[in-house]
Design a protein around this ligand. Sequence first.
Ligand SMILES: *Cc1c(COP(=O)(O)O)cnc(C)c1O
Length: 395
Amino acid sequence: MSASSFIPFHRASVGQEEIDAVSEVLRSQWLTTGPKAHQLEKDFAEYVGARYAVAVNSCTAALQLAIDAIDLRPGDEVIVPAYTFTATAATVIHSGAVPVLCDSKPGEFNLDPESVASLISPRTRAILPVHIAGLPCDLEAVHDIAEQNELHVIEDAAHALPASFQGRKIGSVSELTAFSFYATKTITSGEGGMLTTDNEAYARRARCMRLHGISGDAWKRYSREGSWFYEVEDAGFKSNLCDILAAIALAQLKKCERFAEQRRAIAQAYIRGFDGEEGLEMPPESDRDHESAWHLFILRLRPEELEISRDKFISELKSLGIGTSVHFIPLHLHPYYAERWGYRAGDFPNAEDAYSRALSLPLFPDMDRETIDRVISSVISLVRTYRKSQCFIHG
Ligand SMILES: *Cc1c(COP(=O)(O)O)cnc(C)c1O
């Protein structure tokens, strides 16, 4: 990348393998769910260590199927972090259940188990933790709370491929886990997702509900082994993953480990590069029990050290040719959650503090050393330009 070019916040790493994979599917004339989706499910389940993987067209769909599998009833409550993307809570709402928002841990993005515990009511049925930026949240505490109160746990792992908690890959830890292959995620098929579970009944239900609620191997009904006869068991969804996209996801899954190493190296370069800058706060640390997928590198500014707002920091970085984003605007600050569910600014102080100071730096596997260094030097030059004066007037 030349010194003057714009460094985007994200760029997908797709190459000849993905192009060839799509061509092969197109030439085969089998375009919808078929052998590629089937293979993807097998490979994915094996990769994360889950018994079953169900391929779908988004993480949102995987969450919807997970919520359907645990059979929520109208009025049931599900605890969802305020610090997440709207899809996490919207899928709960579509089932007729109530999303009960919880706060983040002080100084972190991930949910605070104490906040979760304080929100349990007789109507609570499930907890829906999210692993922000790819760093596993405190799943041990979440599972303890769930066991004590007989609750389900559904993980939103849209950021967490591949991540591990206490040495176990995310996707093999809780009853149900939802992954995303959206364009900006760690592996992508443009749009796509996966639901993993060890529970045979959940897997069977999800396979049926993702394709109109039709029983059996519905996708085979147009193939030689298929039959025209089918039975509808329930009012299903339409969220199967087509083979064109499954083939892309298969090619990406093969590169998943390499991508993860590249992401980790970029994150480490950022942490080293920003060392000693008092105006900057690094993301919560990955450790042996919480191995991050480094989907995002969320930098936080320290307003007590800097004379520049987060918003201005972002626009100044943009004028230096560096794209960033903000993950996330907490749900309760959006008009819908405020108006429909009665939340207000001030309800979740830790989430608000994190949000007010956060910006996500460029982080994608194909970043070269020069690009990484340009991001580091641009951030540092802004921090130094806007550093609060070190001189104090004693009076
Ligand atoms: C991206 C994302 C989703 C939604 O993923 P889709 O595949 O686009 O449905 C859900 N939750 C979180 C936390 C996300 O970042």
